[in-house]
Design a protein around this ligand. Sequence first.
Ligand SMILES: Nc1ncnc2c1ncn2[C@@H]1O[C@H](COP(=O)(O)OP(=O)(O)O)[C@@H](O)[C@H]1O
Ligand SMILES: [Mg+2]
Length: 280
Amino acid sequence: MTSFYQTGADDTQAIAEQESFIITKEYRRFAEFCDACLREKYIGLCYGAPGVGKTLSARYYAKWYFLEKRLPTNLPYLPLHPEISSCRTLLYTAEITSTPRKIKENIGSMRVQLGRFVEELLPQEQRTLMARDIPNYCHLIIVDETERLKMTGIEQFREIYDKGDLGLIFIGMPGLEKKLSRYPQLYSRVGFSHSYNTLSQDEMRFLLQIYWEKFGLSMNPNDYTDAEAIATICRVTNGNFRLVNRLFRQIERIMRINELSCITAEVVEAARECLVIGTV
Ligand SMILES: Nc1ncnc2c1ncn2[C@@H]1O[C@H](COP(=O)(O)OP(=O)(O)O)[C@@H](O)[C@H]1O
Ligand SMILES: [Mg+2]
């Protein structure tokens, strides 16, 4: 079926984010974990070092970029992107100021709104006409930056979960499990825990191929220069996605300024030195 939907200016950025997302093995593992929490209606914990890709993965899984501008109010009214019809996940980014009340209100209105959106995209005959009876289309809530929540905030999510007929995932840094284990009420309901890892050597090679292509180059791991550059990038970034991105921004700059057409270990080292952070 052809869709006559015209992409509004407001979705251009969302589509760009969706298209630039690289489906890594770690993302697939994460998506399987989310599917399981959604299906089994469990509480799941996902933890990993900063920069490995947790937030971006959650956004991609939830197709959040299509929803965030429209929630909680969708005003001024934005036409709905067809992808929204398959959205069943809400992403909540915790803030230091998230009080239980704010959480309850926010999640409550987002759930109602999500239901309306999905209904609006259904064929006429499948719609629930009574606004009060809109079925629950929110099957999973993902909470990002969990460490920002106080105990009362976490309790609030547990209450939503207990009443809600849905799965719940808390994302945070390593140590999250330990923190949450202090709340037996919640911890006893945890069904899955998932460690989000850095990119493996194989994945890095796959990823670097994509970056090389962005530079209009073709990578050949059997070529000594490429192999050396790859090894240097792996060493300095340690498979951390954010660092890879930052490093490449510098690589690009250095290559442009010096009119270079090849990524070498020297270029990588020079790029590394330009980064202000000590860890790279
Ligand atoms: N799958 C991916 N595809 C493309 N870029 C990614 C991907 N995952 C992470 N990144 C890059 O790494 C950065 C850090 O990711 P993020 O999800 O914010 O990490 P975390 O939440 O684990 O700290 C992103 O801003 C993005 O540049
Ligand atoms: Mg994050």
